[in-house]
Design a binder for this molecule. Structure first.
Ligand code: KG4
Ligand code: ZN
Length: 343
């Protein structure tokens, strides 16, 4: 069986983006449509799960029809239907899962339940050649993980956050500074423009740990804001944003590079929405160049949630003939390691 030209129609609805993509051979994007709901959620300062589900219902059928037209293929050309099974908001995931099952059943095609974080990691495969062993640094609104990839489709988590995800910490700090949701890009802009830096602590945890913790840093930021308020002082918000970003980047870069060396990785893969952060990209690029480690980063459009990355990850399962049954369920908590392809 050839595994290079199959067309996988992939669906992603785990959070606040409805996306449908058609990917050829796990590498070539024919179309990647994304309907963002951010404008709806911005007024609430974060994603409202019930609203997210309703918005997915409104968009999903239109996007599937549009994807077929834009890719210039017919339903009969498809080889499989892939969908994000988890992790994510259960009501949001459910919309994609039901749509994918309906399509798979109606077209008599294999169904591939796909892991969202595997998708973020394999977004890199849409633009780069991944070499193994590799280490991936996953930084998103819901996840902060260091993942060792010994071979294609094998995932071993070597570190993760013990509290807030890095994007979540960005969003909470932004909220405390009365910046709009999602706050990451606003903090990034302030930090890059800042002339001063308010020094903040780094959470290194145990010397050999690859885990992260951002809640102490978030409390340190809130304490600086409260103290300025109590004293009636003008807060230098840019300097605070720069201090916060510097602490986050220092820890992420240091631990990621340590993991690369310990795992004998040939490459470092950066992925997830926070990979859009200019400070993080610049710092990682500089450290990787200095240490001779190739750094792979997807373009910004593939860093945030999208279905093309789900199509890329689903292809791993397609190659191994690992398909799901129609009683597959949306899983708000889903293990990445257990999703590894069978060896
Ligand atoms: O991967 P993603 O689109 O969604 C999840 O799966 O969580 O990531 C969204 C997160 C948000 O928390 C947002 O604030 C953050 O990515 N983000 C950034 C930047 N752009 C987006 N964080 C820091 N700097 C940025 N430039
Ligand atoms: Zn994501």
């Amino acid at each position: 069986m050839t595994t290079r030209n199959e067309l996988i129609l992939a669906i992603e609805t785990s959070c606040d983006e409805t996306s449908v993509s058609i990917v050829r051979g796990g590498r070539e994007i024919l179309t990647n449509l994304i309907a963002s709901q951010i404008e709806t959620h911005v007024q609430f300062g974060g994603v409202v799960p019930e609203i997210a589900s309703r918005k997915h219902v409104e968009s999903i059928t239109i996007l599937i029809e549009q994807a077929i037209v834009e890719a210039g293929v017919s339903l009969g050309d498809l080889s499989a239907i892939a969908v994000t099974q988890g992790p994510g908001l259960v009501g949001a995931l459910l919309v994609g899962v039901v749509a994918a099952k309906s399509l798979a059943m109606a077209l008599d095609l294999p169904l591939i339940a796909t892991h969202h974080i595997a998708g973020h990691i394999y977004a890199n495969q849409l633009v780069h050649e991944i070499k193994y062993p590799s280490v991936a640094l996953v930084v998103s609104g819901g996840h902060t993980e260091l993942v060792a990839l010994e071979s294609e489709g094998s995932f071993r988590i070597i570190g993760c956050t013990r509290d807030d995800a890095v994007g979540e910490a960005y969003d909470k700090v932004a909220r405390a500074l009365h910046l709009p949701y999602p706050g990451g890009p606003h903090i990034d802009r302030l930090a890059v423009e800042a002339e001063e830096e308010i020094m903040l602590p780094r959470a290194w945890l145990e010397p050999d740990s690859y885990d992260f913790s951002f809640s102490g840093l978030k409390s340190a930021v809130l304490s600086v804001i409260n103290q300025a308020n109590m004293r009636g002082q003008q807060l230098d918000e840019s300097a605070l944003a720069r201090g916060f970003q510097a602490s986050v980047i220092d820890v992420l870069v240091t631990k990621a590079l340590r993991a690369v060396h310990a795992e004998g990785a040939q490459q470092l893969l950066l992925c997830g929405g926070v990979a859009a952060n200019r400070g993080l990209r610049a710092a990682l690029a500089a450290r990787c160049e200095a240490e001779g480690i190739p750094l792979l980063v997807p373009p910004l459009s593939l860093c945030t949630d999208n279905a093309a990355m789900i199509g890329a990850a689903a292809h791993l399962k397609f190659k191994h003939g690992e398909f799901s049954t129609l009683n597959m369920k949306a899983e708000p908590v889903l293990s990445l390691e257990e999703w590894s392809v069978a060896r």
